[in-house]
Ligand binder design. Sequence first.
Ligand code: ADP
Ligand code: MG
Length: 627
Amino acid sequence: MIKLLPSSVINKIAAGEVIERPASVVKELIENAVDAGAQRVDVAIEQGGGELIRVADDGCGIPPDELPLAVTNHATSKIESADDLFRVGTMGFRGEALASIAEVSRFTLRSRTPGATGGAELVVSGGQAEPVAPAGCPVGTTVEVRNLFFNTPVRQKFLRTPQTEIGHCAEAFTRVALAHPERRFSLSHNGRTLHDLPPTDDWRSRIAVLFGQEIADALIAVESEEDGVRLAGYAANPTLSRANNRLQYLLLNGRVIRDRSLQHALGEAYRGLLLTGRYPICFLRLDMPADKVDVNVHPTKLEVRFQDGGRHYSQLLGTLRTKFLTTDLKPVERSSDPTEDEADAGGSSELVNWARTQLTQRRLDASHEGRAPATPSSAPGEPLTLRRFTPAAEAEARSAGNPWRPAGAAAAGYASTEQPQEATSRVDTPHDQTPGGGAPNALQLHNRYLVVETEAGLEIIDQHALHERILYEQIRTKVLAGALEKQKLLVPEPVDLSPSEAAAVLENQSLLADLGIEVEPFGGDTVLVASYPAMLAKLAPAEVLRSVVEQLVGGGKAPDRRDTLDELLHMMSCKAAVKYGDPLTPHEITALLDQRGLTENHHHCPHGRPTALVFTCDELDRRFKRI
Ligand code: ADP
Ligand code: MG
């Protein structure tokens, strides 16, 4: 029999979607205060929010007779028709937050409108409303939420420690406070002030009080406008980065969103400026007419759907690239070679040079594919001065446009035109011209570096970086040819994952199969590993899968198959390579050095770090002041 659900059940279902934990309550209440035009919002939390969340504002208030409506599902003052959904300008509009919160807590709403002589109060306990009563209170609204989830024990069980929950609450607070620097916000936990943010018209100072001066000082302002879409804000100098993408704040029309495509654009803009595993820091606002975006695709509006996502992708990428080009970013690494300081006199750094190379490459790629380059750049014919110690990212720059380009093409496209002859021959020298033929005169230092005498001088090799690079090339070739050796497990191994991890793994089943990792669903969030790459035999299958999962769901994940594959190849070669600190036998050293010549680009490891430093006798003589 089909029955209409009672409204309390409907509200509980809605509550499950919108109110996941105390932080969700904090978010909804602060957003309501902002929508009400509050200039001051004070948030007080006790015990991670499980005990109390109080949000007080000085906004427009709610008239006493509308208080019951405020806690009724689908009651909102913010939109009137379905059409309005496409021009939402407020943070809320679904009219379900207060109803949901009141369903799963002991809830008090106290409010007074500006003209009124007094205020009124509504108490709702587990969805049961009491009559509205008069109350003495200042103009504005105060919402108190006590004993969250007291009547939904399952939810309550999932609450973490107060410390964890307050962390999430503070993040929710930060997101709104970041978007509204002109208003005053405060946050306290168990009576202790965590934030007290003075109003300001300077976004950077709001960022500074929220995230610290070091970050604020490293920010580079960016700005652009294309077709009514305005991008403005800050991207941090690559000298400052993080191990995850949590400091990437993207605001769309005043609301923090997460968008994988735009995060990818950001990663691309910093490609080569940061080592693998490091994430850029940014605070960017994207403002566009509300009808260019659908914000009604996610219950908490964290994700949105753009009408023209591709455009915003190129705008973000182009704006940052152009900015990095004209900014003398601090180099990632520097050589103390005096001749290079002269090259610096023109004010251009390694990174600027690198960025130029990369842009030129993108244009070449773009014109080969018959489309216009997305970003402006320096003139294509402009001479490029690459430094002796090439910047960390230069290898990537040359392969960035098309990582699968065959070796010959890469050489033909670049070596002759963009790399000074001298540098090319110098780095290639040791393999071909080592005294004594095949067995190079090499020495292992501290189980980390190999020092090799070359005809021109000497070379210091990072053993891990070189091996990783070699393996990367080898696996890539094999994977592309479908010939990677895999190890079948006698008994497939179950691995427990989180729901999103399991989904990501199964979504990429065929890609993983190409890498020799065969996985199958095993019910719930468990997957079975049936085989894994033989080259990773020294690792446990579960460990291999977990590393893969990290790449698949980790921040900065690339959306297309090719990039994902590339990241997985990097991960696998890194895991399989000899480690920094591994002692090597003379035989292993010889083998490693011998394989060097076979790789397409052995000067840099796949992370973009150099695998070798070269010192010519000339240079040594100069440094010892002989010449
Ligand atoms: P929504 O924000 O999606 O409209 P809510 O359930 O969060 O839905 O709020 C319902 C209504 O209650 C709002 O539309 C608004 O009219 C009113 N309201 C909620 N919080 C406040 C507040 N802090 N100040 C003034 N009005 C409020
Ligand atoms: Mg709301």
